[in-house]
Design a protein around this ligand. Structure first.
Ligand code: ATP
Ligand code: F6P
Length: 445
């Protein structure tokens, strides 16, 4: 049974599904990139997912192999590579037995024999197999991938990058001798697979079986690798922020309006040139007011899904008023802030679910500036920065600060641009009912 928890912390996700996502493709085709993205997305949705990278297992036995190690006629090399794959699969099966839901087997799996073996082993344990192949023949891109991530791999530690790149190209040739794209010969049509051709220019989907598989497939279909950034800002300080009131639809305070006027300059500085951004706001006045001085050639779009976490019956109250009216709820929220659902309102977990289309659209898009609210920004930030969902609701996101996130091959870079305009702090520590509190360094995750 897939493990997932309801907003109240009870198990609800009853899909009787375990899936092994088996990566397929020649080296330097973005398999690890895709595997890591899938894992991050699933973990963000609280779906138990883990990647098993066969290269890491091989490295414990053969840390710095040269290209001929990967030659199919190298008997010793073949034996050790097979042993690494066996060890990774054994660990993955053990992890599935303990309740894992989506295991990602990150290896080339480039022959029909290897795929049949993985398929048989998983099927015998009742695990569905979804093959995800990345096929790409763009020489320039492959060379860039080698330069960007392969010459710095632990395989080539301490080696001259030029020699490392040449050896890696030789390694690719070894694989090319035996590589078969999935169903190339027409005898793998019984397999479930997603084939991503030329970084998504074309995709081929075969025999997708259930909801969870289709979600993974849809997500992976939306990925692209064009350079871009995502800018995040909370709205300027609002009249409710000054009072320590949550929710509502208040106007900006005078300092909040000053931030709105300052925002175009901050954005320009962080973009570095004149290219226009697309701006997403919520439907609430404070984000729309914050975005209103941005240049007129920026497209603006309002999303209901970006509205602040709905505090239900507590909307418009201060934390002290909530504690007085609902003392048990106040304690319950501090105990499990991610799962606590306001009476008649939402939990952080609910917010993540409603943000899924936003994440999907963000993955498809290029440069986007999002002006939104404290809880929403925490959830989006947690997605990009892979933050633990139990901690992200406690994260300090100051007002009047622009965050620039730039996705890279294996992570996301972050820069912050603080406007020189004071604002109250709306961060609240466990147990506190203070209207405004100093977050201290521990709150910055
Ligand atoms: P190896 O078999 O050596 O482990 P790999 O296929 O796992 O190689 P990655 O390490 O994931 O390759 O390569 C990362 C690079 O691939 C990144 O620079 C990323 O931009 C790029 N990339 C991501 N997706 C694709 C894709 N669909 N096709 C080609 N390159 C991609
Ligand atoms: O205080 C500002 C605010 O955006 C409220 O409208 C919202 O309820 C709150 O932050 C979310 O933060 P927390 O989850 O820490 O209460």
């Amino acid at each position: 049974m897939a493990r997932g928890r309801s907003a109240n912390g009870r198990a609800v996700q009853v899909e009787d599904t375990k899936i092994c996502v088996v990566m397929v493709g020649l080296p330097a085709r973005g398999k690890s990139y895709i595997a890591q993205r899938a894992q991050r997305y699933l973990q963000w949705l609280s779906i138990d997912a883990k990647t098993f990278n066969v290269g890491n297992y091989r490295r414990t036995d053969a840390p710095h192999p040269s290209a001929d190690f990967f030659d199919i006629s190298n008997v010793e090399g073949e034996r050790r590579r097979r042993a690494a794959a066996e060890a990774a699969i054994a660990d993955m099966l053990g992890w599935f037995r303990q309740g894992g839901v989506i295991g990602i087997l990150d290896a080339t799996n480039s022959t029909k024999e290897r795929r049949k073996w993985v398929y048989d082993v998983c099927s015998a344990e009742g695990i569905e197999v979804l093959f995800v192949e990345s096929k790409c023949d763009n020489e320039e891109l492959i060379m860039a991938n080698i330069r960007d991530v392969k010459t710095t791999s632990p395989d080539y530690k301490g080696q001259d990058p030029e020699k490392a790149a040449q050896d890696f190209r030789n390694r690719i040739q070894m694989y090319e001798k035996v590589y078969k794209s999935i169903d190339e010969d027409g005898d793998e049509s019984h397999l479930t697979y997603l084939k991503i051709l030329d970084i998504g220019a074309q995709v081929v989907i075969n025999r997708i079986q259930d909801y969870l598989q289709s979600r993974v497939v849809y997500y992976l279909m939306n990925l692209h690798i064009r350079p871009r950034s995502v800018w995040l800002s909370r709205h300027g300080e609002s009249m409710y922020n000054l009072d320590g009131r949550i929710g509502g639809d208040a106007d900006l305070s005078p300092r909040g309006h000053a931030y709105a006027r300052k925002l175009p300059e901050l954005v320009r500085k962080s973009v570095g040139d004149d290219r226009p951004l697309t701006v997403w706001t919520s439907t609430l006045k404070r984000t729309i007011q914050t975005a209103r001085f941005l240049p007129s050639n920026y497209n603006q779009l309002q999303w209901k899904a970006l509205d602040e976490l709905d505090a239900g019956t507590c909307d418009g109250m201060t934390y002290q008023e909530i504690k007085d009216a609902y003392p048990e709820d106040f304690v319950a929220r501090d105990e499990d802030k991610y799962n606590y659902r306001y009476r008649g309102g939402e939990s952080y977990r609910d917010v993540v679910i409603r943000l899924e289309p936003i994440i999907m659209e963000l993955e498809r898009s290029e440069d986007i500036l999002i002006v939104t609210h404290q809880a929403i920004l925490r959830c989006i930030y947690a997605y990009f920065m892979k933050k633990d969902q139990t901690r992200s609701p406690w994260m300090n996101v100051p007002l009047h600060c622009l965050i620039k996130l730039t996705p890279r091959a294996y992570g996301t870079d972050e820069e912050r641009y603080q406007a020189d305009i004071p604002a109250v702090s709306t961060w609240r520590g466990k147990g506190s009912t203070a209207k405004h509190e100093d977050p201290g360094p521990g709150a910055n995750i």
